[in-house]
Ligand binder design. Structure first.
Ligand code: PMP
Length: 432
């Protein structure tokens, strides 16, 4: 994820919204550690919380009050977390949520989104967004084939059915046919790695209806979208289980999963055969102290500012591309944005793949031009800001895009002339 040709930047420090590379150059940070940070680097409250906790102990091998202090703040942001448990990462949080759903339903099958990203465990690397190492036939006609990352056991695909994002008819057909075998439908409310694709209005609610009909659980992966408010609160959907990570750790590794009390009761160690949850550093004091301080500085004003910056950036980038006459669109929601070449916003991961196909060289040149202009952005197009990021920095990034796209016009004219014409991609028009 962090490697790019000809060689990646090595960064040696972060200060506020800027980062410095090993050659001493400073960049405005427009990735925020792939959306995992919200408060900039070296925020005094977070530094104080971590250094203070370091002196009191990092992992005490017992339940700690900090778990409750953090959970209270997290639940204030996301009331669907009637019960919450801690782990070390988003990968672990989604792994545990699915384990929980399997224990609750007594079923094995998972329905996930084609191109959905939930981490690096086995089922998460089936139909994630990548060039597959091998493929297996689809479970049902009309759904994508199983695509496995290198090193993932073939058997992992047996328990995973991938469905296209934002496609209610396919979700309905799959759940009506396989519903009694399905433990969980796992979904991101904004497809992150799959291209920053927002869910269409009513899509997540439709998945919720289908899971209720079939007795499966809806697992909403909000690892990336807590920065939106979280998404479920903004849109009024209450899933059975939710996963959070990234900004909840204030810059340190922390994952959380939780939701319905009757489901999470399966972890009760005083009952026979609870779900076995062990982890040497899960819910450790240092991450919880940093995360608690972070959530103390993540209220309505901070969330509104991140969403304001994201909206401003996407509007600016769309105008920028149009002003230069290059087909380019910025998509996403709130403080989570992407930039794609092409005129039509993607509706699912297959659209994103089509928008990217054959344009690796162009995307790399854009990324390197932005670096030269002093902006750290993600090679795959993700753009995230920090709470202390000023609107003027977002405007300066938009100007850097204008200059970079203008400089690239001669290259685009030779290699991608379709991007200088109207709507060259031919993907669907009704995308969100
Ligand atoms: N789920 C989502 C939606 C994510 O964006 C990520 C991280 N990109 C993960 C899960 C995995 O989190 P981690 O990298 O902490 O394992």
């Amino acid at each position: 994820m962090t490697w790019f040709a000809p060689y990646p930047l090595f960064l040696v420090r972060g200060e506020g919204t800027r980062v410095q590379d090993a050659d001493g150059r400073w960049y405005e940070d427009m990735i925020a550690n792939y959306g995992a940070l919200a408060h900039g680097h070296n925020h005094p409250a977070l530094v104080g919380a971590v250094t203070g906790q370091m002196a009191r102990g990092t992992a005490l091998g017992s339940p700690v009050p900090l778990q409750y202090e953090h959970a209270e703040r997290l639940r204030a942001l996301n009331p669907s977390l009637e019960r919450v448990r801690y782990c070390n990462s988003g990968t672990e949080a989604t792994m545990w949520a699915v384990r929980t759903a399997r224990a609750y339903t007594g079923r094995d099958l998972i329905v996930k989104i084609d191109g959905g990203y939930h981490g690096t465990h086995e089922w998460g690397q089936v139909n994630a967004f990548f060039a597959p190492h091998r493929t297996v036939p689809p479970h049902l006609p009309g759904v994508p084939e199983g695509r496995l990352a290198s090193g993932v056991a073939l058997s992992a695909a047996a328990d995973v059915v991938a469905i296209p994002y934002n496609d209610v008819p396919t979700a309905t057909a799959v759940l009506r046919q396989l519903g009694e075998q399905v433990a969980a439908v796992v979904v991101e409310p904004v497809l992150g790695v799959g291209g920053g694709v927002p869910s269409a209005p009513g899509y997540i609610a439709a998945l919720q209806r289908l899971t209720r009909e079939t007795g499966a659980l809806l697992v909403l992966d909000e690892c990336a979208t807590l920065r939106l408010g979280p998404w479920q609160v903004k849109h009024g959907v209450v899933p059975d289980l939710t996963t959070h990570s990234k900004i909840i750790g204030g810059g340190l590794p922390l994952g959380a999963f939780g939701g319905r009390e009757d489901v999470m009761a399966l972890f009760d160690p005083s009952e026979p055969h609870p779900i076995y949850h062990a982890s040497a550093f899960g819910g450790n004091c240092l991450s919880l102290a940093a995360g608690t301080a972070a959530l103390d500085h993540f209220g309505a004003a901070e969330i509104a500012h991140l969403n304001f910056l994201g909206d401003r950036l996407r509007r600016g980038l769309n105008t920028a591309a149009a002003s230069v006459g290059v087909a380019g669109r910025s998509v996403g929601e709130g403080g989570l944005s992407y930039f794609h070449f092409g005129n039509t916003p993607p509706r699912d991961a297959a659209d994103t793949a089509r928008l990217r196909a054959g344009r690796e060289g162009l995307r790399s040149l854009l990324h390197l031009s932005l670096l030269n202009a002093g902006f750290l952005t993600a090679p795959h197009g993700l753009l995230c800001q920090h709470v202390p990021t000023a609107p003027a920095s977002v405007d300066a990034l938009v100007d850097a895009y204008v200059n970079a796209l203008d400089d690239l016009r001669p290259y685009i004219a030779v290699h991608h002339p379709e991007l200088l014409e109207a709507d060259p991609v031919g993907t669907r028009q009704d995308a969100p």
